[in-house]
Write a protein that binds this ligand. Structure first.
Ligand code: SAH
Length: 265
């Protein structure tokens, strides 16, 4: 893609100095970046990015732009949320075009709302650029429709841990009985207690579960299992985060809809 062709696309905004664009980079495959996100990468002076943003996406950045990593690396603790927010505000205050880039969609379990509130509070002009959330893009790559007319009239996105790192205090009985398809983010750590709660409330042990690790990336791995077996199966397969867990009958459609995003090695 030449920038000339890119510039010819209608209505892509100019990144003004002193602005922050809070953008989602999608789940990993750079082909899932939006045109707005690429437009941001092509103009930003500095990109403050999280661990879930794939290196392939960052290669689209304007040559000469600065990158600041704001995630967890090498076992070191990640910078705190207030530190990141302060840094983003400081960079914008220097008159830079600041791209705050997050994995997936910034407003889906991504603290994008907190960061945007801080920008609003500091009077920094900002734009929000949505991204393909892992719970949608990752399921597509796994051949699992997020909704399917004969299976589920709703889909529920759930985080597997709350702000304190615990299982969120949700009504798990209601979720077990009333949410036909659950897409669990950040749930590997507490999978045992989540699966136990869903089964205690009536979801059968042979209920289908898929675990999608590194969705949309070349190292994507998908495990099909059941609610009763999923904890042992994840451990046996050595599946690594980031991973999504899909609970529901929709997982069975994979038998016909699973497709290969990459040529066999
Ligand atoms: N804002 C992100 C979610 C951040 S929370 C989004 O919209 O996708 C982090 C969790 O997202 C991970 O623990 C994992 O459950 C999920 N996730 C993000 N990217 C993923 C990927 N490529 N493959 C599997 N899960 C992913």
């Amino acid at each position: 893609m030449t920038d000339l062709a890119f510039a010819a696309l209608p209505n892509l905004p100019i990144f003004e100095p002193g602005w922050v664009w809070l953008a989602g980079a999608g789940p990993g495959d750079p082909g899932l970046l939006t045109l707005h996100a690429v437009n941001a990468l092509r103009q930003a002076d500095v990109i403050v990015y999280d661990a879930l943003v794939s290196e392939d996406c960052l290669t689209l950045a304007r040559p000469g732009s600065q990158r600041e990593f704001a995630g967890k690396r090498g076992g070191k603790p990640s910078p705190s949320q207030p530190d990141i927010t302060r840094r983003v505000i400081e960079l914008a205050g220097q008159g830079l075009r600041v791209l705050r880039l997050k994995g997936g969609d910034p407003f889906v379990f991504g603290r994008g709302g907190e960061e945007a509130l801080a920008l609003a509070g500091a009077g920094i002009p900002f734009r929000i650029i949505p991204g393909v959330t892992a719970g949608i893009g990752g399921l597509a790559y796994a051949g699992i429709p997020v909704t399917h007319r004969t299976i589920n009239s709703s889909v529920t996105f759930v985080t597997g841990h709350d702000a304190n790192g615990e299982v969120p205090s949700l009504d798990w009985t209601a979720l077990s009985r009333g949410a036909p398809v659950l897409v669990l983010y950040m749930a590997i750590k507490h999978l045992d207690s989540i699966a136990a709660r869903l089964m205690a409330a009536g979801r059968p042990a042979d209920h289908p579960v898929a675990v999608i690790s590194h969705a949309t990336m070349p190292q994507q791995r998908i495990l099909e299992t059941t609610l009763g077996d999923c904890v042992a199966a994840v451990a046996a397969a050595g599946l690594e985060p980031p991973a999504l867990i899909v609970v529901g009958e929709a997982v069975r459609l994979r038998a016909q809809l699973g497709w290969a995003a990459w040529p066999a090695a």
